[in-house]
Ligand binder design. Structure first.
Ligand SMILES: [Zn+2]
Length: 117
């Protein structure tokens, strides 16, 4: 578990969170970009050169500290990567890329509008 994040944005891309090790040989896993599944659940694939692929499941939660401000935490679960998980990951990354592309297009159009005012 990783905690004490001031904001939720980009939390799963944090260096600490992305650092994972193979449960068998402790080699550092080569992590793919975490993709959002639904809600606060994210999935990445971690690859060990010797032991293959692992599914890295990330879940974001929040808590309130004494002063009353909100902090965020991430829990990480490493499991074996099945074909099902792999195809889910591929599917999600395609969907998310498409969403991102549309968003960037929208932003660009907005900026263009502003410039013409
Ligand atoms: Zn390994």
């Amino acid at each position: 578990m990783y905690e004490n994040f001031p904001e939720k944005k980009r939390i799963v891309h944090d260096r600490r969170v992305r650092l994972s090790f193979c449960p068998y040989c402790q080699t550092r896993l080569e992590m793919t970009r975490p993709e959002r599944l639904q809600g606060d659940k994210h999935l990445a694939i971690g690859v060990c050169p010797k032991h293959g692929d692992f599914a890295v499941q990330l879940k974001v939660g929040k808590y309130t500290i004494k002063s009353g401000s909100t902090k965020f935490y991430v829990t990480k679960v490493l499991t074996h990567c099945t074909d099902e998980i792999r195809s889910l990951y591929t599917q999600k990354s395609e969907i998310n890329r498409e969403k991102e592309r549309k968003y960037l297009e929208f932003r660009r159009a907005e900026l263009e509008k502003d410039r013409q005012k």
